[in-house]
Design a protein around this ligand. Structure first.
Ligand code: PLP
Length: 376
């Protein structure tokens, strides 16, 4: 093997079906991380597979400067499902690129350069998005990154109000921090951030790369907070496993975006996948299901784990369990002894981002396994 970036797990995954993955010997695993939230509808979902196969049989790729029905349909679907008045769409291939574009658009549209981000936040690993990411571990080896970035404590409305001024181009914030440990922001924080950015003319960017696609119980977490930002960025679950990202913008941003492009922006195949994903999530009312099962899962975790966990937190099916000892031991035992795949968020948080289609029975099996492993 010659790959060198990701650390390999001792399980070779070869097939998927709904919330399950199968290794090379046919052992079934419940994928409670949805492979980093990338398959909100579960693995190999029929509607997405068919849309992709049909598009592949017609046309794999055409450059974005020629209109194409699959790409146009996705533009329209995203514009129609984004909170009003967000209605313009830029397509790319990943979360970091969606944020990179949002930061560039904000600088161009405002003429300012200062960017405000939050402590413990995570926005990606390209030079611009990385500069707005909190952890030094991700940044230090690559410095200097882009400048004029200031960090404020997450969920602190006064600190945010103090930091935003007439020279601010953008505030970038996750409505629920993912990598930072599953930390939901209060509505008060998001609303105050909206007020001060509106007053100063800065662009408010909601990074919904992890929270989007119904994960927190509404299609966009923005809907739950009652705040409409100037841009929403999306990726991960947007193509139910295919690589696609989006930067959704209000008109004033789109009209002054500067000069930005990407060769693979909105290729027909990933557009077909994303359109099928979003329309299935909306038509089948998946966000409401995620809200219900998420509430059940968090309730069961709290009552069954009791003092064995420090805290259970999250929204919808974005769940963090703050444990007393290292999360990695727990994750390893869940995988090897209970065939349950979950994720870390820092050293002490077990993170659950399952497919949004899981049932209460799946939730029960997760709670049973966690109770056993955490109490060992
Ligand atoms: N923003 C958030 C909130 C994320 O959770 C992630 C990835 O974990 C990113 C951005 C970066 O996305 P990608 O890995 O697709 O570049």
């Amino acid at each position: 093997m010659s790959g060198f970036v990701f650390s390999e797990k001792p399980i070779q995954i070869e097939e998927g079906d709904g919330p399950y993955l199968y290794d090379d010997s046919g052992t079934e695993y419940l994928d409670m991380g949805a492979s980093y939230a990338c398959v909100p509808l579960g693995h190999d979902h029929d509607a997405v597979q068919s849309a992709v196969s049909e598009q592949l049989s017609k046309l794999t790729y055409v450059q974005a400067s020629y209109p194409n029905a699959a790409r146009t349909a996705l533009y329209e679907r995203l514009a129609e499902t984004a909170p009003d008045p967000i209605g313009k769409v830029w397509l790319c291939n990943s979360g970091t690129e969606a944020n990179e574009a949002a930061l560039k658009f904000a600088r161009s549209a405002t003429g300012n350069s200062k960017i405000i981000a939050t402590m413990q936040g995570f926005h990606g690993r390209t030079m611009g998005a990385l500069a707005t990411t909190w952890k030094d571990k991700y940044k230090k080896p690559y410095e200097p990154l882009i400048g004029d970035v200031e960090f404020v404590p997450y969920d602190d409305p006064d600190a945010m109000a103090e930091a935003v001024d007439d020279e601010t181009a953008a505030v970038i914030v996750e409505p629920v921090q993912g990598e930072g440990g599953i930390n939901p922001a209060s509505d008060e924080f998001l609303q105050r951030t909206r007020e001060v950015t509106e007053e100063s003319g800065a662009a408010l960017i909601f990074d919904e790369v992890q929270t989007g696609m119904g994960r927190t119980g509404t299609l966009w977490a923005a809907e739950g907070s009652g705040v409409v930002p100037d841009m929403i960025t999306a990726a991960k679950g947007l193509g139910n496993g295919l690589p696609v990202g989006a930067t959704l913008c209000r008109d004033w941003i789109a009209e002054n975006y500067g000069s930005h492009a990407s060769t693979f922006s909105g290729g027909p195949v990933i557009s077909a996948a994303a359109d099928a994903t979003v329309s299935t999530i909306v038509d089948e009312k998946i966000p409401a299901h995620a809200a219900d099962v998420g509430q059940y899962l968090r309730g069961q975790l709290e009552s069954e784990l009791g003092d064995a966990a420090r805290e259970v937190r999250g929204e919808g099916l974005m769940v963090g369990i703050e444990v007393k000892r290292g999360a990695n031991r727990i994750l390893k035992e869940l995988a090897l002894n209970h065939q349950l795949l979950a994720l870390p968020a820092g050293r002490t948080v077990v993170r659950l981002l399952p497919p949004l289609t899981i049932t209460e029975e799946h939730a029960d099996s997760v709670v049973d396994a966690l109770v056993e492993v955490i109490n060992e």
